[in-house]
Design a protein around this ligand. Structure first.
Ligand code: TRP
Length: 333
């Protein structure tokens, strides 16, 4: 019986935050219960270089940070193959083959690429690199090298998966039916906003809570979160709809959130007490994750072993795909 494969990954450009946690991480952990699935998770260090080519040490450092975050949230190396992209040369090879099947205009129209280029003006200036523009092609290589069919990602990645589907169809129509068409799997939660209300959460914005944050860091960040600006005095009625503390209570205080919002609207709950309750609940949720992370922080050899064993398995799979691809493309010398 052929099991379906899921494949996903992250660019190691920083530690993972609660946006990742509610976005795709919980989904990936849940998918581990599915017996009919083979799971692959890639630490996409080569893709990270497409927008961090000038900071190789940062990418290198964050490979292990992301790995620790994965293990801490419960991605289990016995159930999920965790591997390193740069050690799979077939991905680079496939990227070259697929680049003939994609036009420059199509890449420039890709909404994900467009948005990201606009966000990275500082790095790219007026003209984007060939590598970054082409990242949907290399991501199609990531996916198809492992026959990935289910791709758990954030909604912002949907156009990249769609472009992968196009590449697969084009490849199959020219060279024969070799590649599988993937499908994106989204989590229930939409993209999580930052503590300042910004749609995007990130280090440079200082508005994210990381899975590895200390009690002090969490406290400081939540105390600075955006609340209803119209609320001056403690007993002014508040509007939870424009309060980031209420927004985060929705994520971390499931059983309590209704009462919290009622009290706020009635002017019966001060923002400071409300923030303190949120801090407590975030710490409660993150504590087991941070403890597991600490276990791995103290065991670098174990981390290395996990990553190399996963990579070895992944290499064998990519080789099998390459054999089929080269045969189909008449490159099987
Ligand atoms: N581009 C993805 C992101 O930024 C990360 C990624 C790299 C990925 N390779 C992938 C996701 C393959 C899914 C499948 O989130």
């Amino acid at each position: 019986m052929n099991k379906k494969r899921s494949l996903t990954g992250d660019r190691p450009t920083g530690k993972l935050h609660i946006g990742h946690y509610f976005g795709s991480l919980q989904n990936r952990v849940k998918m581990q219960e599915d017996e009919n699935l083979e799971r692959f998770v890639m630490i996409a260090d080569v893709q990270a270089l497409t927008d961090n080519f000038n900071e190789p040490q940062k990418v290198r450092n964050n490979v292990y940070e992301v790995l620790k975050d994965y293990l801490a949230v419960g991605i289990d190396p016995n159930k999920t193959t965790i591997f390193l992209q740069s050690m799979i040369p077939e991905i680079a090879e496939l990227t070259v083959f697929y680049s003939n099947l994609v036009t420059i205009a199509r890449l420039q129209r890709n909404p994900t690429v467009k948005t990201e280029i606009a966000q990275k003006k500082e790095l790219f200036g007026e003209s984007v690199t060939y590598g970054f523009l082409g990242y949907p092609i290399s991501q199609a290589a990531d996916i198809t090298a492992f026959g990935g069919e289910l791709i758990p990602v954030g909604e912002d990645q949907e156009p990249v998966i769609e472009q992968c589907r196009e590449i697969v169809r084009k490849f199959n129509s020219i060279y024969g039916d070799v590649l599988k068409e993937p499908e994106a799997v989204f989590s229930k939660e939409k993209r999580i906003k930052g503590l300042d209300g910004n749609d995007k959460m990130g280090k440079s914005l200082g508005n994210a809570i990381y899975l590895s944050d200390t009690d002090e860091e969490i406290t400081k960040k939540v105390m600075g979160a955006l609340t209803d600006p119209g609320r001056i005095k403690k007993d002014d009625p508040g509007n939870p709809n424009i309060c980031m503390v209420a927004y985060y209570h929705n994520l971390f205080s499931k059983g309590e959130v209704k009462e919290i919002c009622e009290e706020c609207k009635a002017g019966k709950r001060g923002c400071v007490a409300c923030k303190k309750q949120l801090i407590e609940n975030i710490i409660k949720e993150l504590n087991p994750i941070r403890e597991k992370r600490k276990y791995y922080e103290e065991r670098p050899e174990e981390l290395k072993r996990i990553l190399m064993e996963g990579t070895k398995k992944a290499q064998a799979e990519a080789r099998k795909t390459m054999e089929k691809v080269k045969k189909a493309m008449k490159l099987d010398y």
